[in-house]
Design a binder for this molecule. Structure first.
Ligand code: FE2
Length: 233
């Protein structure tokens, strides 16, 4: 069976199943991210059709914007909530250059654990009731067309629970949606873990389950790369 940076794929999939994420350090310089990560599932294209998204401060995006391309903290979300199709199963992020001396940590919290706080009735409404999601307005500064979709926060897909979450871009259409956003933020504040990616380290997480965010940083040379992975056949 394939391995990723010397760790058996089976072991990585086991960590993803058990904890929702896996952090791998000391990835060799020669590591071929595209072919290695393809072993987990089919790679999905990013906003503009690329397989790899460069995550670094973009001069077109103000530093105080809530954006992957700014230097401020990013608010809790799942990836690709604004698209009607099933979002990427996994997100992989690796570090070309960390922010010095600190900051820019990726933060993660278990969304499935958060959902356990809701009553059975509330959870079934999160599956049944359609919500409005819009893309980050700051993506437009990167030349990415604004988009939106109408879909429930929770859907079942091939027997798995797929969760969408955003504190900023989910329309507050009532009490339950506001509770979902506000309690999600509180849960995230209380239960997140922070992973500061050092050079040549790789983080993979289950985007159907984990909510993620980022802490602020000052060093504009910070540079990560991202790949989105679909569900395995
Ligand atoms: Fe993100």
């Amino acid at each position: 069976m394939a391995d990723i940076a010397g760790i058996a794929l089976k072991q990585i999939l086991g960590s993803l199943e058990q904890h929702g994420y896996r952090h791998i350090e000391h990835v060799p310089d020669s590591f071929d991210y595209i072919s290695a990560l393809s072993a987990i599932g089919p790679l999905m294209t990013q906003y503009q059709g690329d397989l790899i998204r460069e995550v670094q401060p973009n001069p077109a995006v103000p530093d105080d914007a809530n954006s992957a391309a700014s230097t401020s903290a990013a608010t809790p979300h799942t990836e690709f909530y604004e698209f009607p199709d099933i979002p990427p199963r996994y997100v992989a992020l690796w570090c070309i250059r960390p922010a010095l001396p600190d900051g820019g940590a990726t933060t993660l919290a278990d969304g499935y654990r958060f959902l356990a706080e809701f009553t059975t009735d509330e959870r079934s409404r999160l599956f049944d009731e359609i919500r409005d999601w819009r893309s980050r307005p700051t993506l437009a500064a990167e030349g990415i067309a604004p988009t939106s979709c109408r879909t429930p926060a929770l859907v079942r897909h091939h027997g798995r629970l797929v969760m969408r979450f955003s504190t900023r871009d989910l329309h507050r259409d009532g009490e339950l949606t506001s509770a979902y956003i506000d309690r999600g933020q509180e849960f995230f504040n209380a239960h997140h873990i922070a992973v500061r990616l050092e050079q040549r380290s790789l983080l993979i997480w289950d985007n159907w389950r984990m909510i993620h965010a980022r802490t602020a940083f000052d060093d504009r040379r910070r540079h990560l790369r991202r790949i989105l992975i679909g569900e395995a056949a």
